[in-house]
Design a protein around this ligand. Structure first.
Ligand code: BMA
Length: 328
């Protein structure tokens, strides 16, 4: 296949994949095997959703949001040979932590995992007197280390860039509130050491329709010659509550706070029963993507109705073309 642009990253020939179904004209299509992770995969799980997977060794590993039957929101590790059938550790991840002040946590949820330099960094929504962005790392998905909270409360959807920019680590996040935040813009921040974050820049705010209430970064941004491809969620406030869909934006490669294009229509909205019915109805919430640059294939992992984990497929080139030609 000859692409008219380049995608940065190593080949991933064993990416999970299903061809676009006959007759489907959507840019993003769902796995016929959805939900790929059921809510009851492990004995203590009430639900498993909004989770992050990465290539690891000959297979895949991930950090999963598991809401226990106590309704605590906790992170668990998982492994898979094919990125579809997952084995989750029944016990939560324990993060090694040096400072007792921040070692205790109120909750951990909505993880993202980012391979950066020499390790897998994990960012998640961490309860420390309200939600903020916790940062940890692992080399092996066996031992996990907690670094720091990146920001003051209240913040959600902390998503690292997969390489340094201007010699600094870079992250998107979404300042929020203690509750079910009825607003939300995406910001960009930089750090020399993963601990201290600053040089904050505004990236984007809600627009209309499916993204009229709030927006938040989804999977780790994908580097292409056309810009950073950011898949993000947007929220509509309907007469019956929030509706979470997702779309895409292209951000400037050097100055990612500059939005080049951004989809006016969504790429995927909650339309299947496993997205519409669950603990929180009408939620499609992407937290990870696997990409195979040589074939242009992308597999997007998203939570369905705050209950299960789902998978959707697309071609990166088609998302980019669609984003450009259907931009706000
Ligand atoms: C957000 C987060 C997500 C969740 C969504 C819908 O505020 O809590 O984890 O998927 O609400 O409930």
């Amino acid at each position: 296949m000859t692409l008219h642009f380049t995608i940065t990253g190593s080949p991933l020939p064993n990416i999970p994949w299903e061809d676009r179904p006959a007759g489907c004209t959507d840019v993003v299509w769902r796995s016929a095997r959805n939900p790929v992770i059921p809510r009851d995969l492990i004995p203590r799980s009430n639900s498993i959703f909004n989770s992050a997977v990465v290539p690891f060794g000959a297979g895949f590993a991930g950090v999963f949001r598991v809401d226990h039957k106590t309704r605590d929101m906790i992170l668990h590790r998982g492994k898979s040979d094919d990125a579809i059938h997952w084995e989750l550790d029944p016990d939560p991840i324990e993060f090694a932590c040096n400072d007792p002040e921040i070692c205790k946590y109120e909750h951990r949820y909505d993880p993202r995992v980012c391979w950066l330099e020499d390790r897998y960094y994990i960012t998640w929504c961490n309860g420390y007197h309200g939600p903020t962005i916790g940062i940890g790392y692992t080399y092996d998905f066996e031992t996990f280390h907690f670094l720091e909270n990146a920001f003051l409360p209240y913040n959600r959807n902390g998503v690292l860039f997969p390489r340094k920019l201007h010699g600094k680590y870079a992250m998107l996040s979404r300042p929020s509130d203690t509750g079910h935040t009825a607003f939300g813009d995406i910001f960009y921040s930089e750090s020399p050491d993963m601990i201290h974050w600053g040089r904050h820049r505004f990236v984007m705010k809600p627009a209309y329709g499916w993204q009229s209430t709030k927006v938040g970064a989804g999977p780790i941004p994908i580097e292409t010659s056309e810009g950073w491809l950011l898949i993000y969620h947007g929220v509509l406030t309907s007469c019956n509550g929030y509706v979470y869909s997702f779309g895409a934006a292209l951000l400037d490669l050097d100055e990612p706070w500059k939005v080049l294009y951004r989809t006016a229509p969504y790429l995927l909205s909650p339309q299947m029963p496993y997205e519409q019915i669950g603990d929180v109805p009408n939620v499609a919430f992407p937290c990870a993507a696997l990409v195979d640059p040589p074939t242009d294939r992308i597999a997007i992992y998203y939570g369905g109705a705050d209950t299960v984990t789902c998978l959707a497929f697309a071609y990166v080139s088609e998302i980019i073309d669609f984003t450009r030609s259907n931009s706000l």
